[in-house]
Design a protein around this ligand. Structure first.
Ligand SMILES: [Zn+2]
Length: 366
């Protein structure tokens, strides 16, 4: 084989090594496996488990190792994996238009849900998602929410905001499921239905179904609520117990929460209200630690997470079929495991007369 590839192909920002190698292979008309063997060396576990050798990649591409490391997190010893999602996903095609050889797969930071420059929804990745992204021309509030999200990260830091948004998604999903009685029929939950109908048209529910799209429907309000949950002041107030006669802290928290959904003097009495559940079980806890890309890719020889298993794909299609029947996006989200996030059981509906139905939902929704 040649010592250096003849066509210079620079890596894209935060691209995975596998994506880069695939593009190099396409442009040079080489088989991917051959490319991988060229830039890797046998690992400790023997010849089968090869590991990437940065120096070899540098020699093959003609770019200095430190230049490659600036773009490829896997080559950079200073990469803080806790700041990046654990799953690579397709980059915005317009951001990466100058990169030839195929669509770029990259790692996004936790707070990157939309490309603000080109107006595409990036979301959390979906199972078996292709490279086409949903444009948000008709949903400008999602792009404004992305801007707000960015500001939250600057104010409170990435991990507290990651934790807050995952909880905010769950809280919104439970409210959405409970519907008008929870919010006196007067809140943002009906915006969620409208957005959902735009993102996943009723005429094509099954084919267009996407967990990521369901998250998009609640994203603007979830970001606003995350601003409350990430704030150390409100976290401290939330630890005041429900119904505490000595302090109004919990009620002030509820009021603030209500205002974020367009509700005045919102004082939910139900102790199982998702905001009370968050305050009772999570406000005093340390922030969740995201799962990382190296944890997920551990067992794969070329350093990428495995492609979705047949079982995962089957579950995704089941969820799509179930969604197409009645469009209960809220249920779908309550049971869905957001990428990077551990399972949070606090918000699951309690066992009751519908326990079997709920068990089935749990089965089909993730
Ligand atoms: Zn873009």
């Amino acid at each position: 084989m040649l010592r250096r590839l003849p066509i210079p192909i620079p890596p894209a920002a935060n691209e995975t090594v596998k994506s880069y190698l695939l593009r190099l292979a396409t442009v040079h008309d080489v088989i991917y496996q051959e490319m991988w063997t060229w830039v890797s060396v046998p690992g400790d576990a023997g010849a089968k488990a090869r590991v990437l050798c940065g120096q070899r990649l540098a020699e093959a591409t003609g770019y200095a190792l430190d230049h490659l490391a600036k773009a490829l997190p896997e080559l950079n010893p200073d990469t803080d994996w806790l700041l990046l999602r654990d799953t690579p996903q397709f980059a915005c095609s317009r951001c990466t238009a100058r990169h030839g050889g195929g669509h770029v797969m990259r790692l996004f930071a936790h707070h990157e849900y939309a490309c603000r420059r080109h107006g595409y929804w990036l979301g959390p990745p979906d199972v078996g998602q292709d490279h086409s992204l949903r444009h948000l021309a008709d949903l400008p509030e999602i792009l404004s929410a992305q801007r707000k999200h960015h500001r939250l990260v600057r104010a409170y830091g990435p991990i507290p905001v990651f934790d807050a948004l995952i909880h905010a998604f769950k809280i919104c999903a439970v409210l959405w499921k409970n519907g008008p009685e929870e919010t006196y029929g007067d809140s943002r939950w009906w915006h969620w239905d409208q957005r959902l109908d735009r993102i996943i048209p009723k005429t094509d529910s099954q084919k267009m179904f996407s967990h990521s799209g369901c998250y998009a429907a609640i994203y603007p309000e979830a970001v606003t609520i995350a601003g409350l949950l990430a704030s150390p002041t409100w976290r401290a107030k939330a630890t005041a117990p429900f119904g505490d006669p000595d302090t109004d802290d919990r009620w002030e928290l509820c009021e603030q929460f209500g205002l974020r959904l367009g509700l005045r003097e919102y004082y939910p009495e139900d102790q199982k209200h998702p905001l009370h559940l968050w305050a009772d079980h999570h406000a005093a806890q340390p922030h969740m630690t995201p799962t990382t890309f190296p944890e997920r890719r551990l067992k794969n020889t070329d350093g990428t997470p495995p492609a979705p298993s047949t079982r995962t794909l089957r579950k995704h299609h089941q969820a799509a079929r179930y969604f197409a029947k009645n469009r209960y996006a809220a249920n779908t989200l309550i049971y869905h495991h957001h990428t990077n996030a551990p399972v949070i059981e606090t918000y699951y509906p309690q066992p009751g007369p519908y326990a079997r139905q709920r068990a089935r939902l749990a089965e089909t929704a993730n």
